[in-house]
Design a protein around this ligand. Sequence first.
Ligand SMILES: Cc1ncc(COP(=O)(O)O)c(C=O)c1O
Length: 427
Amino acid sequence: MTKPKRKPDGYIGGNPLRPESLMMSYGYDPALSEGSVKTPIFQTSTFVFKNAEEGKAFFEMAYGLREAAPGEAMGLIYSRINNPDLEVLEDRLTVWEDAEACAAFGSGMAAITTMLLEFLKPGDVLLHSEPVYGGTDHFIKHVLPRFGITPVCFAAGATRAQVEAALDAGTGGKPLAMIFVETPANPTNAMVDIAMCAALAKARSAPGRPAIVAVDNTFLGPLWQAPLAHGADLVLYSATKFIGGHSDVIAGACLGSRALITRVKAMRTFLGTMAGPHTCWLLLRSLETLKLRMTSQMKNARYVADFLADHPKVQRVYYLGHLAAGSPEADLFARQCTAAGSMISFDVVGGQPEAFRLLDALKLVKLAVSLGGTESLAEHPASMTHADVTAEGKTRMGITPAMVRLSIGVEHPEDVIADLEQALAAV
Ligand SMILES: Cc1ncc(COP(=O)(O)O)c(C=O)c1O
């Protein structure tokens, strides 16, 4: 029998409860906190040991000096290593995609960089999709090479043959250490086939060192895409986005097998990139409404995307709900995703001046980077989130000067459309 992934409070009568049913309670015992219904904020840097032997035992387990004895449980030590808010949050995040373990971070970039630094070393080859979020792009292309790591990129949407050709050209056939993909990609919504990446990783690993497949699932997850179910080893989030959902917290997460997450957490301890108790508490509150928010945002986005697609001042709409039936993209979407989410990019007719006029005319939709919050946001990827990408890179990735990226919130969709209509009239 396989070991259950969940704690006992994740089941009724042996049947697993659905994620939205567990977001108010899972992994938290009120008896440990004066009966408080909600997890209190454990705003403390350190925890008192009952005696010196207990402190010694906790450190031995925390630093992997020995395995826990049967019936022995790891205790609380220091909030860079563990904290009740951090642990309850990590348990709840595992539920959405049936992951064995989770590590929560102080930002999405903290999750991504800590994970990359744990699994890569000098001489390694990292294969990654393009485009990826601008910060990730910078770290992969400008920081990792300083540590002797060679990044090789492929375009989101490429076939396996095209990806292998890029790999051969970039590395001369050297084995892979990791494949990192962002799908759908920020800001174009271009998709990468996760199962194809998992097969490629198997085929191109060094003997005895399986290449890790890591997926940034920020745009669709955890509701509309489950990368672990398609063969990914690790899933990453900017929890600042849909998981936080209110544009009031910066956070990140990494999920996967217990073995891999134990390694990620060890690196997190030494880099100090964990999420603090208040951040975790905010995310616990956010998780209670995650499904409600993401469902409402996803429904609203369809109305907005349909409106944009019909507008004469819109050149092109990049939206997963509009993929041409029968196209390879539509086929991949059907296999890999369960809904189109709420991110829409579009090119206005014209270029940057027209895009800026539109952005400056918006009234309800806020002109701000970030995404996934309850309020609708609009930004200009070429000059904002992806400003650091070279001009040649932007052309290659399809990030045009006319592109506007929208994150659709929970407002009434007709009001968002009315705002876009009057802003497009100003173009
Ligand atoms: C897809 C994606 N991944 C990662 C990040 C980085 O997350 P954070 O800003 O929480 O560090 C972002 C931020 O915009 C993002 O859009």
